[in-house]
Design a protein around this ligand. Structure first.
Ligand SMILES: Nc1ncnc2c1ncn2[C@@H]1O[C@H](COP(=O)(O)OP(=O)(O)OP(=O)(O)O)[C@@H](O)[C@H]1O
Length: 539
């Protein structure tokens, strides 16, 4: 596992800036630490061996106090800078991931995974930035600078330091390997728990109907227990690592103290360098010990970040050329369009047909014939695997899908409303009037919860229809618009379609006789092809 993922630096500019800033602050902090040790040794020797008075030592004492303040300020700056960077990076990554997943095929998004990674995952970045990264810099800079400084002033002590120092990284790596496996297992358990919970909640009605509620509660308890076990495992490794590393650092410092003591007694060393080395010894091991014991925080942060970054690696479902052409509506032509799903094979196998501006076309075909798939291609949820769809001769792939979708409205088979005030969800040019005609006008003052909670599915369908028909756009795509409606409402939909302004083009997948009556043309999908357009049956 890399302690700093280069992709993180690429995708989150705040991470790059913080890494540079943390390096500078850490370098300053190391310089201040060394200066403090030198000053302290000087003050002690001057006061106790040379008998200097307070007046003589005042500048040195003031400088020492000043350095202590600077060191405190640097530690504070590193901490709060880290917290700030973590929040910024979390925001940047969350925005990127969410913007990216909406470009992948709807239904193909691992919802629970995205939810976990962008909430729990991003909060795991906080200890990583606020603690681990600054300490990583200190762990690189402090031992190097202290070793060089001590080597210049007392070579034997530097040699002892050089021999004992690797103890900590060695223990750190051993424990790190254990931490890494444990952390990965913990994240997997968390993702499993979230996905399972989401599945259960979305299927709650079905579970109640089939009296499977209690069994599912047991399932939730089991996945929660598995997550608890993994979390405790990670904590155990964390405590173990803290103990082992503390021991290694203490042994290292003790060896240096013993070596210095012996040479001091034997007269091979004077007090000032001895004191300085003794003061610097804990500073040599300290940052390494801190970074090694924080490895589990880093492992959590790195794992969380790499899960977010992996989501960014998911290829978008549709290609977007740079620069994308601004879309203009016109004649839509399907030219030998082939569509396929992995594991299902070809659904549309050379579809050819034309949709002229202002036409009302009904799309019919047996269940599974590919009507929804054809609408999905027009919506650019996917691109044809062969052939092309053109708008006034321009390949649909030339346009930015988001810009293209601004020219359309779409009523899916299972429509949803944005949670909140119903009026806001349906707010569009003619929406409220159509809602009124469909008998759901009074619902506009109500509010709707997640997934349509608080409204019946028929009410959601009618409100969504009002939204789709009410927006004055070029192309309206309707997928079984009357499937969940009573005959009276279906007749209103047909009448509304008939009254739509002439410039609006409508393509509706339907079997409803009323709607077929409104259509200028009927296109039938059979055996993966669009059959010769027939004249619509006029009502
Ligand atoms: N995401 C998917 N992965 C694999 N196969 C799929 C996927 N979506 C649809 N299919 C398959 O593609 C075929 C066409 O599906 P599609 O939903 O386009 O048909 P449809 O004509 O709209 O059917 P219906 O009238 O029942 O809504 C079906 O056999 C379906 O099982």
């Amino acid at each position: 596992m890399r302690v700093v993922d280069p992709r993180l630096l690429r995708h989150a500019p705040s991470a790059r800036r913080f890494l540079v800033l943390a390096g500078l602050l850490a370098a300053l902090s190391v310089a201040v630490t060394i200066a403090q040790a030198v000053l302290f040794a000087h003050i002690v020797v001057a006061a106790f061996l040379e008998g200097s008075g307070v007046a003589t030592l005042l500048p040195a004492l003031l400088a020492f106090g000043g350095l202590a303040l600077v060191r405190g300020a640097l530690t504070w700056a590193l901490d709060s800078g880290g917290n700030l960077a973590a929040q910024r990076v979390a925001r940047e990554l969350r925005a990127r991931v969410l913007a990216h997943v909406v470009r992948t095929t709807p239904g193909d998004v691992p919802t629970a995974e995205v939810a976990t990674a962008t909430t729990e995952g991003t909060s795991a970045l906080e200890p990583y930035f606020a603690r681990f990264l600054p300490r990583l810099w200190l762990a690189v800079l402090a031992p190097t600078a202290i070793l060089v400084w001590v080597a210049v002033h007392d070579l034997p002590s530097a040699l002892v330091m050089l021999v004992t120092l690797p103890l900590i990284p060695v223990f750190g790596v051993l424990i790190g390997k254990l931490t890494q496996a444990r952390t990965r297992a913990r994240w997997q358990a968390l993702a499993r728990m979230s996905a399972h919970f989401l599945d259960v909640v979305s299927g709650l009605t079905t579970l109640r109907v089939h009296r499977r509620g209690v069994a599912q509660a047991r399932g939730i308890a089991d996945t929660t227990q598995a997550y608890r076990r993994e979390t405790m495992g990670v904590l155990r490794v964390g405590f173990l690592s803290a103990f082992v590393l503390e021991l290694a650092a203490t042994v290292g410092t003790a060896l240096i103290a013993a070596e210095i003591g012996i040479r001091l007694v034997a007269g091979g060393l004077t007090l000032q360098p001895a004191l300085m080395v003794l003061l610097l010894a804990p500073e040599l091991y300290g940052p390494l010990r801190a970074v090694a014991s924080d490895f589990h925080a880093s492992a959590d942060g790195v794992t969380a970040a790499s899960r977010l970054l992996d989501l960014l690696r998911r290829r978008p479902a549709v290609a977007v050329p740079e620069p994308a052409r601004p879309p203009r509506f016109g004649v839509v032509r399907f030219e030998d369009v082939v569509a396929a799903y992995p594991g299902r094979g070809t659904v549309l196998d050379g579809v050819n047909f034309e949709l002229r501006p202002g036409e009302r076309v009904a799309l019919v075909g047996a269940s599974g014939a590919g009507k929804t798939t054809l609408l999905a291609l027009l919506l650019r949820f996917a691109d044809p695997v062969a052939g092309r769809i053109t708008v006034d001769g321009v390949d649909l792939r030339e346009f930015d899908p988001r810009e293209w979708r601004r020219l359309l409205t779409w009523l899916p088979q299972r429509p949803r409303l944005r949670p909140g005030a119903v009026r806001d969800a349906v707010l569009c040019d003619g929406g409220p009037r159509i809602a009124e005609r469909l008998g759901v006008g009074d619902l506009l003052e109500r509010s709707v919860g997640e997934d349509g909670a608080g409204l019946s599915s028929g009410e959601v369908s009618r409100l969504a229809l009002a939204r789709a028909l009410g927006r004055d756009v070029s192309l309206t795509l309707l997928d079984e618009p009357t499937a969940h409606l009573d005959p009276a409402s279906a007749a209103v939909v047909a009448a509304t379609l008939r009254e739509l302004p002439a410039h609006r083009t409508v393509l509706a997948a339907t079997h409803d006789a009323d709607l077929l009556g409104v259509a200028d043309r009927v296109v039938e999908l059979r055996d993966g092809r669009a059959r010769q357009p027939q004249r619509a049956v006029t009502s």
